[in-house]
Design a protein around this ligand. Structure first.
Ligand SMILES: *Cc1c(COP(=O)(O)O)cnc(C)c1O
Length: 351
């Protein structure tokens, strides 16, 4: 067990590379690995894994919901959430830019026969009450049965204001719909707003939360909601092959993440803002508004390729879609790495 220190030496040496592609690249710290190594485990399919049970209880409590389920990924959490609310032939309303519509292979439609209606979002990245009102289908044989509204927070690092989420949720409920939140990074939103996790999600019926992004766990997400929903989700998790056995070694990392790594997200936000301000001072760059842990930078089109080469030469990894680069700050990014990114830009852009 004491070997964890030694086995982790190469991990910290990896800080030579500043990996800002995503907060999914975080690696479990030596303390987290120790918690994993020490975890009490059992067969979770029998309900026998005390660490999984504890994570599910703690997550439900932190999110202010009746029950929670430990799942393998955020995608699986959203999939099980949508499939637990909607039967085949029913419909979920969601924002066109949202992850559930863009980046989850339309799993709810492909696997569950659930229709998705992708709607425009407001400037605040919420669904406007009027948008929901007009998208709910009439009781008509030509239409699917609208059952659910799905929102997201944060959206591309931006915090969706709580009043906007609340207004959408009220519009949904007034029409008999349930409300799900893709809260992959809702802990970033809560910390940025200075509210508890449960206050950040009190307006929704169910929520998914990634443990493996800024919170630093190697694997796993939470789906939380009403007890009967979580019971259905547990059955569906088995159906999609997501039920795991001695998952306590993973749940221990999730517990560590929830207990130790939520408040520290403020450090990531401060570093992202410091980087954002440095880059915003460079005239030729277009830089995003303040976000949580993300900075988006659009260089002049003719500089894109050379800039990427300069960043790579400086040991900076970045999400390099064209025309906009995305930098994501997380617990393995320190001040020196932020400085390295900023000076690479300043030198390259000739300041
Ligand atoms: C990362 C992410 C997910 C799910 O991601 P997994 O890679 O499946 O864990 C869902 N929604 C949003 C907004 C995300 O950023």
């Amino acid at each position: 067990m004491y070997e964890t220190e030694t086995t982790n030496v190469p991990v910290s040496a990896a800080n030579a590379i500043a990996d800002l592609r995503s907060d999914t690249v975080t690696r479990p710290s030596p303390e987290m690995r120790r918690a994993m190594a020490d975890a009490e485990v059992g067969d979770d399919v029998y309900g026998d894994d005390p660490t999984v049970n504890r994570l599910e209880a703690v997550a439900a409590e932190r999110l202010g919901k009746e029950a929670a389920l430990f799942v393998s990924s955020g995608t699986q959490g959203n999939l099980l959430g949508v499939l637990s609310w909607c039967a085949r032939g029913e419909e979920v309303l969601l924002g066109r830019p949202f992850h559930v519509f863009q980046y989850e292979a339309h799993g709810a439609s492909v696997l569950g026969g659930v229709a998705m209606d992708p709607l425009p979002v407001t400037d605040e990245m919420a669904l406007a009450p009027e948008t929901i009102a007009t998208a709910v289908k009439p009781d008509d044989a030509h239409k699917p049965v609208t059952r659910l509204v799905s929102m997201e927070n944060t959206v591309s690092g931006r915090v969706v204001p709580i009043p906007a989420l609340r207004a959408a949720a009220e519009a949904a409920r007034a029409r008999g719909l349930s409300v799900h939140l893709d809260g992959a990074r809702v802990a970033n939103a809560a910390v940025a707003l200075g509210v508890s996790l449960s206050d950040a999600v009190e307006m929704v019926d169910s929520v998914s939360l990634c443990l493996s992004k800024g919170l630093g766990a190697p694997v796993g997400s939470i789906l939380a909601g009403p007890r009967d929903l979580i019971t259905r989700a547990r059955r569906l998790r088995k159906l999609v092959g997501g039920a795991m056995r001695q998952a306590g070694v993973l749940a221990a990392a999730g517990l560590f993440a929830l207990e130790r790594n939520v408040e520290r997200l403020a450090e990531d936000h401060a570093r992202a803002e410091a980087l954002r301000q440095r880059l915003a001072a460079i005239d030729a760059l277009r830089v995003s508004e303040p976000g949580t842990n993300m900075v988006f930078v659009t260089p002049p089109a003719d500089a894109h390729a050379d800039l990427l080469a300069a960043l790579a030469a400086a040991g900076v990894k970045v999400n390099a879609s064209k025309p906009t680069l995305r930098f994501v700050v997380h617990l393995d990014v320190d001040d020196a790495q932020i400085e390295r990114v900023a000076t690479t830009f300043e030198r390259f852009m000739g300041r």
